[in-house]
Write a protein that binds this ligand. Sequence first.
Ligand code: OAD
Length: 243
Amino acid sequence: MGKIKEVAKIIQSAHYVVALTGAGISAESGIPTFRGKQGLWQKYDPLEYAHIDAFLKNPAKVWRMLKELENIMYKVKPNPAHFVLAKMEKVGYLHAIITQNVDNLHQIAGSQHVIEFHGNAMRLRCLSCGKVYDKDTISFEEVPYCFCGGLLKPDVVFFGEAIPKEALIKAQMVIDACDVLLVIGTSAEVAPANYLPFEAKNHGAKIIEINIEPTHLTYQITDIFLKGKAGRILQELAIALAL
Ligand code: OAD
């Protein structure tokens, strides 16, 4: 039996399927990943641009990078990988997505149960009063401030910041519940998100990984590795699931 058909069978007989997604699932939408040769962190040192201390010390510098990213982000659309996951949820083959991505593309594709582990770049949050703004209502020309005078920051988790409590609790709940975990397009280099596959594996869940190249998970805990672009693999899976 081909690997895709085998995965389809596993999903069809599972009770609770969860997907953990990373930057690789949005690569085919035109958003650069973080690591690797073309990765964002090659261009921008994360300690200078994505650490909360760096942001507080020099917000204008960090907002310059965010503005550049905004020019890429505003025109991107979900790709077939996002749409297949949304469809799987609709028919009951997928119960939750934990995403490390902040691009909102799962939500735009129609997925309902999305746990935003690293926040969402479509929102800005005031660091003083906590008020949340829709990104599109804010000018990116200068460092944006809240009406209260506080500094606005994208509502995403910077290095040095904790994972939002609600996301952490919800992620823990769905990981505890799952008997299949699809790990899609993540290098699994960043904690604590990269603990989640190990926790799932520890209580007996099957780990199915989709990536263009193996990761450290592949050799340690992955049960079935589907090598290739998320868009193609998930479209093949959709056919095998008769979606
Ligand atoms: P990475 O850039 O670390 O990893 C992207 C993964 O996607 C790699 O394993 C690639 O091989 C894989 N990949 C690339 N293109 C793909 C494709 N078309 N289909 C399938 N896989 C593909 O991104 P993340 O693992 O998401 O955190 O990074 C995790 C966190 O590190 C991010 O959420 C971000 C970053 O620092 C914060 O900003 C807090």
